[in-house]
Design a protein around this ligand. Structure first.
Ligand SMILES: [Zn+2]
Length: 539
């Protein structure tokens, strides 16, 4: 009891109360009703003090800021630690830091990481199986958020929406539980703004490099809010024309918009838009708990081009630390950090550049484009005759021509097995999974279980081909998508009122974030969540 009171005082009386008032009280529940008032005066005084603290805490935080850094491996926190003096420094010293958080699905890509973050759902539950996939119904590739039934606002083109996401997010559950709450998503990328915010969001905004301004979709409203139009009218992205970083110089013409996404300045631009959103929408400054989901994408563009061992990735990480320092200082003034819960993660990591690995005697290499596909096509034609057997354009995920399989009166599972055997015979192919294997759960627990977590039958391919560790497609730069640690191990940090600071070393899943947040906010757990509450960090 005394220790708990001490901690409450330490955190300004805002902390959640720990267990100790009876076995029936879960340790993380914010509202305690089972305290027994049957003891001595001293004990009664202590109990009253606790009740008082509990009442103070009964007001939930005014603002939840859910941050994703796109392509930010866990080891970027440790390798560059000495260079962090602002935002990451604050998170690492004041937050609850999980050192072993992983994704538990294949593939580890942007749309999947962002949909997991605020839903707790794997793709097998959410339906968000990748950044894009072959849509059997239309015969076209669709993205995780493409939606031609709504208009883009602020530039020409089709809009976007969360309609392909089958489950709820924290923002949805928050709005269902608390009518006054606002939910807003912001990023450079459409999917990274839309998916963490959810279906009921008040708005999602992303950057259009053709227009050089922030856009949204008619899914949310008929036209851009006046504050967004005013922000765009000032042309803030133009301020980065000719800007330098390391030995890179941004273009002085309209090409600056695309280029700034691949420089640390992309994160500065997003941060400035976030400040405007907080001011204009009065986020955290009303009688409600608001949710702001922000994703910083510049790290991903820089990382793909330069790789995790490059000076560029170190530099963009250091600049991200500064951007977060600026953001937290702004939030402290606008809302008060004592009223703000911050959660930080990444949507995925990244593989080392194969040439860098080779130079340090590590395994890996580059798989030439089309090799696996050719092997599969040849095997199918040899065995079943000529025809367009593969409908999807991808090298790693094959959707077969079901009409052709029907015409030739073949068994689809047998066609899959033929293709899988051919793919397995290609050098540096690590695992191959067929639809039949995944539907029956006939897979290995190390990798196959994660492919199952990423498999949603109506949208997923018939055969997945995974390469050996450190092997990747593409002739330059690097990428991500695998279940190996370099792609799957990411930061998870909670910081704010009611959170126990410290280092937490047990293995957790990023899917645990959403149910933890639901418990913290006392709202319903998002519908597709497969995670578990991280009760040890909640007072
Ligand atoms: Zn990426």
């Amino acid at each position: 009891m005394v220790a708990n009171l001490g901690r409450s005082r330490l955190l300004g009386g805002q902390s959640r109360l720990k267990a100790g008032c009876g076995q029936n009280c879960p340790p993380h529940r914010p509202y305690h009703k089972r305290i027994m008032l049957k003891s001595s005066g001293v004990r009664r005084a202590a109990v009253l003090a606790i009740l008082c603290a509990a009442q103070m805490w009964a007001a939930p935080p005014k603002l939840v800021v859910a941050i994703v850094v796109d392509q930010f491996r866990y080891d970027y926190l440790t390798r560059f630690r000495a260079s962090y003096h602002a935002g990451f420094e604050r998170l690492l010293t004041k937050g609850a830091v999980f050192t072993n958080a992983r994704y538990e699905q294949y593939p580890t890509v942007t749309a999947v990481g962002h949909s997991t973050f605020m839903s707790g759902a794997t793709p097998s539950m959410s339906g968000i199986i990748g950044n894009e996939w072959y849509d059997r119904e239309t015969g076209k590739t669709v993205t995780s958020v493409s939606d031609d039934s709504v208009k883009l606002l602020g530039a020409a083109g089709d809009g976007a929406s969360p309609k392909r996401m089958l489950v709820s997010t924290i923002g949805d559950e928050l709005k269902i539980a608390r009518a006054g709450s606002k939910v807003i998503g912001i990023s450079l990328k459409d999917r990274s703004a839309i998916l963490p915010a959810g279906h009921m969001a008040d708005g999602a905004y992303w950057f259009d490099p053709r227009a050089g301004s922030f856009v949204s979709s008619a899914f949310y409203f008929a036209e851009l809010p006046a504050w967004v139009a005013a922000y765009n009218a000032a042309r803030p992205a133009d301020g980065f024309r000719g800007a330098h970083w390391l030995d890179h110089v941004l273009p002085s013409d309209a090409a600056v918009y695309a280029a700034l996404e691949g420089s640390p300045y992309g994160n500065d631009l997003v941060e400035s838009f976030v400040e405007r959103a907080v001011q204009a929408e009065k986020l955290g400054q009303r009688d409600a708990t608001d949710l702001l989901a922000v994703s910083f994408s510049a790290n991903d563009y820089v990382g793909h081009a330069a790789g995790p061992d490059s000076p560029e990735v170190k530099e963009v990480s250091i600049q991200t630390d500064k951007v977060f320092g600026k953001l937290f200082n702004f939030l402290d003034k606008a809302v008060g950090m004592a009223n703000v819960l911050v959660i930080l993660t990444a949507d995925h990591g990244v593989a080392p550049v194969p040439e860098v690995n080779a130079a340090r005697k590590m395994p890996g290499g580059r798989m030439p484009a089309g090799v696996v596909r050719k092997a599969v096509e040849t095997a199918l034609i040899d065995k079943y005759g000529a025809g367009q057997w593969i409908l999807s354009p991808s090298d790693v995920a094959f959707y077969f021509n079901r009409e052709l399989i029907r015409q030739k009166k073949l068994d689809a599972a047998e066609v899959e097995r033929t293709a899988a055997d051919a793919a397995r015979a290609v050098a540096h192919v690590f695992r191959v999974y067929t639809r039949e294997m995944l539907m029956h759960g006939a897979v290995d627990p190390e990798v196959g279980s994660q492919v199952m977590n990423g498999f949603y039958a109506p949208r997923s391919p018939d055969v997945y081909v995974l390469l050996e560790p450190y092997w990747l497609y593409g002739s330059k730069g690097t990428t991500h998508s695998t279940t190996f640690s370099y792609d799957a191990h990411v930061p998870v940090i909670f910081m704010g009122p009611g959170i126990k600071p410290g280092r937490f070393n047990r293995q957790i899943s990023v899917n645990d974030v959403a149910p933890t947040l639901a418990t913290y906010l006392d709202i319903e757990t998002p519908s597709g969540s497969v995670g578990r509450c991280l009760a040890e960090i909640l007072f």
